[in-house]
Design a protein around this ligand. Structure first.
Ligand SMILES: Cc1cc2nc3c(=O)[nH]c(=O)nc-3n(C[C@H](O)[C@H](O)[C@H](O)COP(=O)(O)O)c2cc1C
Length: 322
C-alpha cells in the first residue's frame, strides 16, 4: 500500500496527503507559505471566530485575508450557532479559501464558553445539523476537525465518523487525543484505526496528533487514514513535510542542520516583519524562538539575547552560526 498519495477532499485534489494543522497564533500567511514550500499538500489557517466576523471585528476580518500563492488553503471557523457559522463560512469562501473547516475540538475555556470547540461533542445531533447547514450554504468542500471524544472513558469515534458522513462533510480531521488531554500524551492509534475502517471510502479521513518526525507520520498513516496532519512538529521545522515524503518514498530522510534552520527562521522573521510591521512581526516571531533556536552549543544564550533584542536588524544579526 502506498502511504504517500494525493489527497482528495470533495472536488479538491491536493498533491499529497501531508497537511499543516491549524494553530492559533502560528499558522498565518508567512508560516503557511513556508510550509507549502516545505512540501505540505494542504495548509490550514488559524481558527477565526464566527461571531467576531458577524459583528465585523476588524482583526478577525484580516485573518480571512489570503495571499495569492497560499493554496490549497483551508480556513477554519469556530462558533456555537449554525446561522453564524454559515455566515462565516460564506465569508471564508468569498475570501478565496479552498476549504472551510469547522472546529469542534478546541479545549480552550474561552472558546468553550461561547458554546464552540470541543463542547460541541456534547450534542452530536446539534453538531451534525450545524455541519449540514454549512455544507448546504457554500460551494467549497466543508470539513470537520474534532477529537476522538471528550474523556478517555467515552470514545465517540464511531458516532463522529457517522455524523460527518451524514452531514455531507468532505473530510473529517480526527485528533487522536480526547479533549481532557488537551495536546498532551500519546495518541490513541486503536481509535484512529477504527475511524479509518468506518470512514473507508465514504469520507476522507485525516488523522492528527504527536507527529514530530517521519517515523511517527508513517505510524499514523498505517492506521489506514487517507492523510495526516502535523501541528507542533512543523513549528521550527517546516521541512518536515519533505522529510516525511522522502521517508515514505525511500526509507531515509535528512535532518536540516542548525545553520539551515536558522536561515529559514530568519527568512520567516523577515516575512513576519513585512506582513505585520516591525514591532508586531518581531514579537510574533519571538513566540516560537524555542522551536527554532535549539540543539546546538550556545543555543540557550542565542535565544535569550534574541528575545531581549527590540531592534529588528540587530535581532536578525544575532541568529548567525559560524
Ligand atoms: C499553539 C496551538 C494552537 C492551536 N490552534 C488550533 C486552532 O486554531 N484550531 C484547531 O483546530 N486546532 C488548533 N490546535 C490543535 C492542532 O491543530 C493539533 O490538533 C494539535 O496540536 C495536535 O497535533 P500535534 O500533536 O501534531 O501538535 C492548536 C494547537 C497548538 C499547539
Amino acid at each position: 500500500m502506498t502511504l504517500l498519495q494525493p489527497l482528495k477532499i470533495g472536488n479538491l485534489k491536493c498533491k499529497n496527503n501531508l497537511v499543516l494543522a491549524p494553530m492559533a497564533g502560528i499558522t498565518d500567511t508567512p508560516f503557511r507559505l513556508l510550509c507549502l514550500e516545505g512540501g505540505a499538500g494542504l495548509v490550514c489557517a488559524e481558527m477565526v471566530s464566527s461571531s467576531a466576523l458577524k459583528y465585523g471585528n476588524e482583526r478577525s476580518q484580516n485573518m480571512l485575508k489570503i495571499s495569492g500563492k497560499e493554496h490549497p488553503l483551508s480556513m477554519q471557523i469556530f462558533g456555537g450557532e449554525a446561522q453564524t457559522l454559515v455566515l462565516a463560512a460564506k465569508l471564508a469562501e468569498q475570501a478565496g479559501a479552498d476549504i472551510v473547516d469547522i472546529n469542534a475540538g478546541c479545549p480552550v475555556k474561552k472558546v468553550n464558553k461561547a458554546g464552540a470547540g470541543c463542547v460541541l461533542l456534547k450534542d452530536l445531533n446539534k453538531l451534525e445539523n450545524m455541519v449540514a447547514s454549512v455544507v448546504k450554504n457554500v460551494k467549497i468542500p466543508v470539513t470537520l476537525k474534532t477529537r476522538i471524544g471528550l474523556t478517555e472513558n467515552n470514545f465517540l469515534t464511531k458516532d463522529i465518523v457517522n455524523l460527518a458522513i451524514n452531514a455531507g462533510a468532505s473530510a473529517l480531521v480526527l485528533h487522536g487525543r480526547v479533549a481532557s488531554k488537551m495536546h498532551n500524551g500519546p495518541v490513541n492509534l486503536d481509535e484512529l484505526s477504527k475511524a479509518a475502517k468506518l470512514a473507508g471510502g465514504k469520507i476522507t479521513l485525516i488523522v492528527n496528533g504527536g507527529i514530530t518526525k517521519p517515523e511517527e507520520a508513517k505510524i499514523l498513516l498505517e492506521t489506514g487514514a487517507d492523510g495526516i496532519m502535523v501541528g507542533r512538529g512543523a513549528i521550527g521545522n517546516p521541512f518536515i513535510f519533505k522529510q516525511i515524503e522522502d521517508f515514505l518514498n525511500t526509507g531515509i530522510y535528512r535532518e536540516p542542520t542548525p545553520k539551515e534552520r536558522l536561515k529559514k527562521y530568519k527568512f520567516l522573521i523577515q516575512q513576519n516583519i513585512n506582513f505585520y510591521g516591525e514591532r508586531v512581526g518581531l514579537n510574533r516571531s519571538k513566540k516560537t524562538s524555542g522551536f527554532w533556536i535549539n540543539n546546538f552549543a550556545g543555543a540557550a544564550k542565542m535565544r535569550a539575547d534574541f528575545v531581549l533584542c527590540q531592534e529588528p536588524n540587530k535581532a536578525l544579526s544575532l541568529l548567525n552560526l559560524k
